[in-house]
Design a protein around this ligand. Structure first.
Ligand SMILES: *Cc1c(COP(=O)(O)O)cnc(C)c1O
Length: 390
């Protein structure tokens, strides 16, 4: 039927345009977007400042490759360093590529310290991407099955369990890094405890390991701070970014600091498209709008509004296990598989997602208004009640 390879079970809808928190399909029906293209459309749809910046840049220059200097890329690296406390940035085009760079950097670091078989501690229920190294790092058999042999050099532990990491530090001399999502996204919206994050930072320091934070989903303001790790007041050695960084234009970034900085030299890593003029202009504009429109505070406030609202609207409803998250990264866990809710939402005009089988996931744009938030609560609560009672 279709010449598109069958890698996604797509919903029977196509959108033709959008504005703010709304998208309209080719039949003219409008939807409230509670997912923003999986945490990508940071500024919602059709933000005038972003549209103007992209159009202007497209009219000048899209791409020249990394064989030449790119002022926009240098500016974005400066800005990301300022916001994160990190020192240098490698640009690529997606989350898995940012994590590939992080994994290569950790191995490179290990070899320079005389570790011939460097290993990285990774988490259960993590998600790091679909390339061979990142699917090997991912804590999901579904992602790995059929693609063996996996890339070696990963040791898995339960999430939020500092003692499990400490135990490995006592016998495994090949470990060079710990890699985790500060808020696990695909795994079902699990937030890393603040004390756990600080404990990991300390363990990494004591053992000379790199702390790698995959902030592909939770970074760029989504949790109410620029980066998830900032809630704990820690500084990682390596950070990966992608999804929300340029509000829909493909881009990824791998940030390094301290002992992870200055390792890569020309020839060690690269990307043809990475950080080109179009993508870095979109990212700079995204950051500018987040600052001007005070969207970190908004993500925090609207996130609370939605979580509290859902807490009230669903209190006492049998089948609701819990509501959790941080900022505009929200999960509602039910006691049963609830993938059908996505279709019911579509019929009702609300875009949501279900992950880890039983967790309704919300990732609205950072400029969701209080009215948008209240509407999402009301409509989603009705959907969930209906689903659970049917
Ligand atoms: C989406 C995601 C990735 C993979 O990003 P792609 O752009 O799809 O390669 C990696 N890590 C996390 C935490 C993600 O949410």
């Amino acid at each position: 039927m279709s010449h598109v390879m069958n890698t996604y079970a797509r919903l029977p809808v196509a959108f033709s345009h959008g504005s703010g928190s709304r998208v309209t399909d080719t039949e003219g029906k409008t939807y409230l977007d509670g997912l923003s293209g999986i945490a990508v459309s940071t500024l919602g749809h059709n933000h005038p400042a972003l549209v103007a910046a992209i159009a202007a840049q497209a009219g000048r220059l899209l791409h020249t490759s990394n064989l030449y200097r790119m002022p926009q890329q240098e500016q974005l690296a400066d800005k990301l360093a300022e916001l994160s406390g990190m020192e240098e940035v490698f640009f690529c085009n997606s989350g898995c590529e940012a994590n590939e760079a992080a994994i290569k950097l950790a191995r490179f670091y290990g070899h320079q310290r005389g570790v011939d078989n460097p290993a990285i501690i990774v988490m259960e229920h993590s998600f790091h991407g679909r390339t061979l190294a990142t699917l090997s790092a991912t804590g999901s058999r579904k992602v790995q099955a059929g693609f063996e042999p996996l890339v070696s050099g990963f040791v898995r532990v339960p999430f939020n369990d500092l003692e499990a990491v400490r135990a490995i530090s006592e016998h495994n001399k090949n470990v060079v890094a710990v890699m985790l999502e500060i808020v696990q996204g695909e795994g079902g919206i699990y937030v890393a405890d603040l004390e756990y994050q600080r404990g990991l930072r300390k363990l990494c320091d004591e053992n000379g390991w790199l702390l790698i934070c995959d902030e592909v989903q939770c970074g760029m303001g989504r949790t109410g701070t620029w980066f998830g790790f900032q809630h704990a007041g820690i500084l990682p050695d390596v950070v990966s970014l992608a999804k929300g960084l340029a509000s829909g234009v493909p881009i990824g970034a791998c940030l390094a600091a301290g002992k992870a900085a200055g390792l890569f030299k020309p020839g060690n890593h690269g990307s043809t498209f990475g950080g080109n003029q179009l993508a870095t202009t979109a990212a700079l504009t995204t950051i500018d709008v987040i600052e001007k429109e005070n969207l970190l505070a908004n993500a925090d406030a609207i996130g609370k509004l939605v979580r509290d609202g859902l807490g009230l609207a669903l209190s006492g409803v049998k089948g609701v296990v819990g509501i959790r998250g941080q900022g505009l990264m929200i999960g509602i866990e039910l006691d049963r598989p609830c993938g059908d809710l996505v279709k019911l939402g579509l019929e009702a005009g609300v875009l949501i997602n279900v992950t880890a089988d039983k967790v309704v996931r919300l990732l609205p744009s950072l400029n969701f208004s209080a009215d948008d938030g209240r509407e999402l609560v009301e409509r989603l609560a009705a959907l969930i009640r209906g689903f659970l009672s049917s």
